[in-house]
Write a protein that binds this ligand. Sequence first.
Ligand SMILES: NC(=O)c1ccc[n+]([C@@H]2O[C@H](COP(=O)([O-])OP(=O)(O)OC[C@H]3O[C@@H](n4cnc5c(N)ncnc54)[C@H](OP(=O)(O)O)[C@@H]3O)[C@@H](O)[C@H]2O)c1
Length: 321
Amino acid sequence: MPDLVTVFGGSGFIGTQIVRALARRGARIRVAVRQPHLAHAMRLMGDVGQVEVVQANIRDAGSVIRAVQGADAVINLVGLLYETGRQTFQAVHVDAARTIAQAAADAGARLVQMSALGADPASASRYARSKAEGEAVVRKILPSAVILRPSIVFGPGDDFFNKFGEMAVVSPFLPLIGGGRTRFQPVYVGDVARAAATVALDPQHAGRTFELGGPGIFTFREILDLIQKETGRRRLYAPLPFGAAGLIGTLCAPLALTPVAPPLTADQVELLKTDNVLSGEAPGLADLGIAPETVEAILPTYLYRFRKGGQFAGAAGNAVA
Ligand SMILES: NC(=O)c1ccc[n+]([C@@H]2O[C@H](COP(=O)([O-])OP(=O)(O)OC[C@H]3O[C@@H](n4cnc5c(N)ncnc54)[C@H](OP(=O)(O)O)[C@@H]3O)[C@@H](O)[C@H]2O)c1
């Protein structure tokens, strides 16, 4: 019988690709989502009966335990960029991570916890602190858990590159937050998905923390340059000091209470103050036999829709590989 893998957050940007990667390796997949009626299409990602969709809210322990029952491995991808209502960093990144780790431990399942590069208990960002605390609670309950820490993830349907691609279409200028000097090591969603599928299915990686980054390091400004190139735009850069960006983030905070996502939060501005590149001290994609794709090769495959004459054509959520 192939392994059964429960994926929390499987309907999201990275989760969709992980489900696809697991299906390709022949695993049985149980996608645990808050609103199963919105995720029916996920069943089509595998052969008939290979992918099932069940209801679970990771803030509800009972639904988590039911979703984990009988699983050989569990992947927790649920994460927030900003808080809204009961969806707080503490509730989702820490308390729910503990619930899932306990359920996985009780079920005798392997666990993969998606964290983020920059997770740090001493960070000024509450997102980064809560991600670090989530790692710690998971490790305490299940020392064999595998933790993945990607840098910014790119690919069809991503948040970051699409957001600035769209901005390059509608705005006469692009904000150079903090002077645009923060460095990133963007990693392709297909590579993150292959890494997650590998560590979920192969017990030899138990207990390790992987840092996932692509082959290139880019400053924020260089990323905007790439986006401008791929969208065929020549927008001016408007330097936006961290202080002013933080103020804009604070002013946008009430948007979190509406269906409109805030374009920027004060906490994200805190994150932007620190480079987001591999430490060089942790295993990475190469240790999993994955040669990472470059930003230059992949961006043209989905940012073309922001080019003149092709605005917003095509689907943001296309298959990646
Ligand atoms: N994208 C990046 O660049 C990046 C970089 C580093 C780390 N990460 C981490 O990678 C993980 C996945 O990121 P992503 O970009 O794929 O995020 P995403 O697209 O926002 O997906 C998040 C998923 O979590 C689900 N979810 C939210 N609250 C839930 C709850 N209470 N119970 C059950 N499911 C819930 C969402 O489903 P519904 O809302 O539809 O229910 C969605 O499927 C996150 O932990 C994130 O911190 C991402």
